[in-house]
Design a protein around this ligand. Structure first.
Ligand code: NAD
Ligand code: TYD
Length: 350
């Protein structure tokens, strides 16, 4: 039986992960430590509220005393670090929070784990959840990122994640902390905060609002359904080699403009209306420093751990659009006053 501390478990991937974990490892204990920033939402976890093996604690990963107290009182043997500021556009508008949470917060967690596990925890493991964005941007035709690709982050978000990855690596080499890092491509699926491309486009289309496409829409991301990411993290926790990094990705390279068209087609089909939703597509000024292309070579995790994505993009996207159609109360509540302020600032030039 494991005793997990999941940080950032009230966010998009973290909440999917906690539910996935308790379903597949029902005897394990999961403590969710989350600061509940604008992106954290306990409504994502109502289905497990009554599970006696689950506990939520509100707190900041930058608060060393609090983190140590949770590790000790809960006898944690596995840390899964999702907590982060995660949106590139927000990092351009205000990078300070990214440096604070993503870099200093990871440092605080590493220090707490080092001191606590030094006192003799066996079978301990620190899994750091990171992104393919640390590798920078690929030109068309360039080979996908492998675990050997040099880091070349281009946004304050990816730079802060790269810095945290380096700290995690250093704690293995210097102190022997049992770390593993995953670098995953763009996720999509239920409970994603509607500032990210896919939920934003779904919700705007439902409300007949413009569908903002940055630049010429030719940028490419490698999309992975969130449940496939959760299974990859599970495989790395169970069997990944300590000190290693594992790339996780869907082999699903798609241009932004094609995604937006696919979402429009799905909504036209699932909720027919007079005007095709694609008429709402609006090209807006590009994101500064916008990375052209990300693509993951996931052959290491496939080969070593037998991980494979189970969802095709077509099936995962259809499920996701259906989920947003069926969960209007969820996304209506998520969009509180702070979110509206951000949307005003982000799209004021368009
Ligand atoms: P998210 O923004 O939806 O959730 C982040 C969560 O962290 C929120 O619940 C928030 O309240 C919490 N949090 C933020 N600052 C905190 C702090 N100081 N202390 C405690 N909790 C804090 O993010 P997500 O999309 O679920 O991403 C989770 C992780 O996965 C991040 O580390 C991100 O870099 C990584 N990742 C995301 C993607 C993606 O496509 N979304 C892809 C690869 C990797
Ligand atoms: P996003 O979901 O923000 O993820 P990331 O920047 O981490 O890849 O964006 C995915 C892609 O969609 C990215 O190339 C930027 C683009 N995009 C738009 O074209 N319009 C939008 O309104 C948003 C939010 C993103």
């Amino acid at each position: 039986m494991k005793r997990l501390l999941v940080t950032g478990g009230a966010g998009f991937i973290g909440s999917n992960f906690i539910k996935y974990w308790l379903e597949h490892h029902p005897l394990d204990r999961v403590v969710n430590l989350d600061a509940l920033t604008y992106a954290g939402n306990l409504e994502n976890l109502t289905s497990i509220d009554a599970n006696p093996n689950y506990r939520f604690v509100r707190g900041d990963i930058c608060d060393a005393g609090f983190v140590v107290q949770v590790l000790e009182s809960e006898h944690i043997d596995t840390i899964v670090n999702f907590a982060a500021e995660s949106h590139v556009d927000r990092s351009i508008l205000g990078p300070a929070a990214f440096v604070e949470t993503n870099i200093r917060g990871t440092f605080v967690l590493l220090e707490a784990a080092r001191n606590y596990w030094d006192k003799g925890a066996d079978e301990s493991r620190f899994l750091h959840v990171s992104t393919d964005e640390v590798y920078g941007s690929l030109n068309q035709g360039a080979a996908p990122f492998t675990e050997q690709t040099a880091f070349a982050p281009n946004s304050p978000y990816s730079a802060s994640k790269a810095a945290s990855d380096h700290l995690v690596r250093a704690y293995f080499h210097t102190y022997g902390l049992p770390v593993v890092t995953t670098n995953c491509s763009n996720n999509y699926g239920p409970y994603q905060f509607p500032e990210k491309l896919i939920p934003l486009v779904v919700i705007n289309a439902l409300e007949d609002k413009p569908l903002p496409v940055y630049g010429d829409g030719q940028n490419i991301r490698d999309w992975l359904y969130v449940e496939d990411h959760c299974r990859g993290i599970d495989a790395v926790i169970q069997s990944g080699r300590v000190g290693e990094t594992y790339n996780i990705g869907g082999c699903n390279e798609i241009r932004n403009i094609d995604i937006v068209h696919q979402v429009c087609a799905l909504i036209d089909q699932m909720r027919p209306s007079r005007r095709p939703k694609a008429e709402l597509i609006t090209f807006v000024p590009d994101r500064p420093g916008h990375d052209l292309r990300y693509a993951i070579d996931a052959s290491k995790i496939r080969r070593e751990l037998g991980w494979e994505p189970r969802y095709t993009f077509e099936a995962g996207l259809a499920d996701t659009v259906r989920w947003y159609l069926d969960h209007e109360p969820w996304w209506s509540r998520v969009r509180d006053g702070l979110y509206h302020q951000y949307m005003e600032l982000q799209y004021r030039k368009s």
